[in-house]
Ligand binder design. Structure first.
Ligand code: ADP
Ligand code: MG
Length: 699
């Protein structure tokens, strides 16, 4: 080994396996936690810190709070034979009294404990009946007399996420060693002036203190620095990307606006002020000789569609074609229905292309796109990737549904003519998140509902209330309204007790609403079959439409006053909110009835509570994000965005704004990060985006 490679091996990229005391076995366990290299370990952030400089004496423990204390084991009682439901109980003593720690369903743990041993316990304290204080399922860590003890006691102690076979103490000792030896070698990535301006700790210092802080303040400062870095590197990448796209040439479309005027005349309503403002933003983008990259946000029912239609008409009038893309075929069909309402009456043809359309019909559509005769084509994202050729594609409307489409947008760009892109989100995203994930898009928000909308009465009911609910539906229909009933699945497997939409529709028709007409809509019907049912429903020939989630987005029948959701506990929160948005579109009072069955999980309970508490789409999105976590919420795995090491989108919004300002200022002053003082930052940026950022011009 020459000196250079030895140096490299000693660097932050060196595998943990070769550290003293690790070896292949433990290295495997570490890699389960995502820890392969020294650098991974340095940035492996504790889930929390425990203040073990202030252990609470048993006599001062208070009920109901999570606390940390320490004592000597004086008794171990496993569940008696034949009584597996009794807990394992370990009794401890300190100088002030006794405490019992109990674990249910873990009898095997009895061998972990020994009489005379000292434990540090962390958990919630409760008292049962008049008995002594108890801790249920506490975290328990044995104190071992030895040279390491200052790492594990008497200070703010990091508690790490573990994997089976990896003890907390061992991991903490390892990280102590890694931090001692390597934290000082982490290169500072931020320019001095920026660091001062934003009061940010130095990086090596932050890395040390995020693990082993002296004080809570030090820990908070360390965290702030690392969060800032996470956001800055994300925003820098987005800023660079956006700047590059902004420099590209695009199609300037500024027709007289005749089609748009004719649409407005045909509309039974006037646009709201918010719609007008947003449309003006889009109109200006379309007219400029750069590709538009805009996110259109607005709660369900706020009227995004008509704004998108204005954009489509502008492209068509300017002699271009428009593509409308949805994440699923069902959603694509729904867009087709909506667009069919507006475009063909103005002489603008619109067609649907999905994988299900084959043969001659497909060929005709492909020919129409290639010749330019077909002005508007609706499909899934595959529309663009499957080699559909447009003669002059000028606008792509992308319905994202939270699937962040960096990749798709890039593909679109490469289609040659640099079409304008309008991304619509069906569920609003809190502003901070929109900035984060769509930092390379301009954002337009429709923050006003069309006038005359009534609040929707939302209630949760158990299955036992079915009879009353059906009576209520009868009543509503007698008053001239219509009803949606949504079921989660169609033709379920026999193992489940789900009520299939088919069965439900038949039963309701036969037994409950024999005097009315019950219709059925589900995902396995052909487009033509669905159109027949939809048409009859719109005309009022069908009173109750039983459906699978196909009506989640897009269907628009203002006469409907009730949305009844079967098995509401099985739906996601934003889905429920979308479903609710299908009613309340007319002048009458509307209802969203959530029917729940059986025992609800805590999460399902929270979702239903959120629905009954608020109708504010932004608030709903926040709760949804809290429940699901950002990865799942945004589907970031497909997003092409770098992961955060420390930052939490929900907690750290303030830092995000700061980082965003700095990132855009940096790119404005030094677009390719070529100044010597930005060299370290450029390195960090490239490493973080791992090739997902096309930084050719950064070099
Ligand atoms: P979303 O933003 O959820 O896509 P839509 O575009 O489907 O909302 O609009 C919801 C309903 O409101 C539709 O029936 C639409 O025709 C109607 N609408 C849109 N804009 C207005 C307006 N300015 N005044 C009254 N109704 C409107
Ligand atoms: Mg819509």
């Amino acid at each position: 080994m020459n000196e250079a490679t030895r140096d490299a091996a000693r660097g932050l990229q060196a595998p943990l396996q070769y550290l003293k005391g690790v070896g292949p076995q433990r290295a495997k366990l570490l890699s389960r936690l995502g820890l392969e290299t020294i650098e991974d370990a340095l940035f492996f952030v504790a889930t929390r810190h425990e203040d073990r400089s202030r252990l609470i004496p048993f006599s001062q423990l208070t009920e109901g709070k999570a606390q940390t204390c320490s004592g000597t084991v004086v008794g171990i009682s496993p569940p008696p034979p034949g009584r597996p439901r009794m807990p394992l109980a370990v009794t401890l003593r300190d100088s002030t009294g006794y405490l019992t720690a109990v674990w249910f369903n873990q009898p095997y743990r009895k061998d972990e404990f020994k009489r005379g041993q000292t434990l540090i316990l962390h958990g919630r304290v409760a008292r049962f009946r008049d008995g002594p204080l108890q801790m249920q399922h506490p975290e328990a860590e044995p104190v071992e007399e030895g040279e390491d003890e200052t790492i594990h006691t008497g200070r703010l102690v990091p508690i790490y996420r573990l994997t089976e076979g990896l003890p907390q103490r061992w991991l903490r000792s390892l990280l102590w060693r890694v931090v001692e030896e390597y934290a000082g070698k982490v290169p500072e990535s931020l320019p001095e002036a920026l660091r001062r301006r934003r009061h940010l700790a130095a990086l090596p210092e932050a890395v040390r203190a995020i693990h082993f802080p002296q004080t809570e303040e030090e820990l908070a400062a360390a965290r702030r620095r690392l969060v800032f870095d996470d956001f800055l590197l994300l925003q820098l990448g987005l800023a660079i990307r956006r700047q590059r796209e902004g420099r590209e040439r695009g199609l300037a479309m500024a027709p007289p606006g005749e089609l748009g005027e004719r649409l407005r005349l045909a509309l039974p309503f006037r646009l709201t002020a918010a719609q007008e403002r947003v449309w003006e933003e889009i109109r200006r983008d379309l007219a400029a000789p750069y590709p538009m990259n805009r996110l259109l946000q607005g709660d369900v029912g706020s009227g995004k569609t008509v704004v998108a239609v204005l954009a489509i008409l502008t492209a068509v009038e300017a002699g271009y074609q428009a593509a409308v893309m949805a994440p699923t075929e069902i959603l694509a069909e729904q867009h087709l229905w909506t667009l069919r309402q507006w475009l063909p009456p103005l002489g603008v043809p619109v067609e649907l292309l999905t994988a299900a359309i084959k043969g001659r019909e497909r060929q005709a559509l492909l020919d129409g796109a290639a010749s330019g005769e077909l002005s508007c084509l609706v499909g899934t994202h595959a529309l663009i990737q499957e080699g559909v050729e447009f003669r002059r594609l000028g606008l792509a409307v992308v319905d994202e549904q939270h699937r962040f489409g960096v990749v798709q947008r890039a593909t679109l760009r490469r289609k040659g003519e640099n079409p304008h892109v309008l991304v619509m989100t069906a569920t609003p995203i809190p502003r901070t998140l929109a900035l984060t994930l769509y930092g390379d898009l301009d954002v337009s928000v429709i923050d006003e509902m069309p006038p005359g909308r009534q609040p929707i009465v939302t209630v949760a009911r158990s299955l036992g209330k079915r009879v009353q609910i059906y009576a209520f539906l009868h009543q509503q229909i007698k008053e001239g309204r219509q009803v949606y009933i949504v079921c989660p699945l169609v033709e379920e497997s026999e193992a489940t007790d789900l009520k299939a939409a088919t069965e439900m529709a038949e039963r309701l028709q036969r037994e409950v609403f024999s005097d009315l007409k019950v219709g059925l809509l589900h995902g396995r019907m052909s487009l033509a079959e669905k159109e027949v049912v939809m048409g009859a429903f719109k005309d009022g020939q069908i009173h109750i439409l039983v459906s699978t989630t196909v009506i989640e987005v897009g269907i628009d029948v203002p006469n409907v006053s009730v949305m009844l959701v079967e098995h509401a506990e099985r739906f996601g929160l934003s889905q429920l909110h979308q479903l609710r948005g299908r009613v309340g579109r007319g002048p009458w009072k509307s209802y969203c009835l959530l029917l729940e069955s059986g025992m609800l999980s805590a999460e399902a309970r929270r979702r239903i509570e959120a629905m009954t508490e608020t109708q504010d789409g932004f608030r709903i999105a926040e709760v949804d994000l809290e429940l699901r976590g950002p990865g799942d919420f945004f589907g970031t795995r497909q997003s092409g965005l770098p992961e955060f090491r420390v930052a939490d989108l929900l907690r750290d919004g303030r830092v995000l704004e700061e980082a965003r300002q700095e990132a855009f200022a940096l790119v404005a002053s030094d677009p390719d990060l070529r100044h010597p003082e930005h060299r370290a930052l450029r390195g960090a940026l490239l490493a973080r985006w791992r090739g997902k950022l096309d930084l050719a011009s950064v070099g």
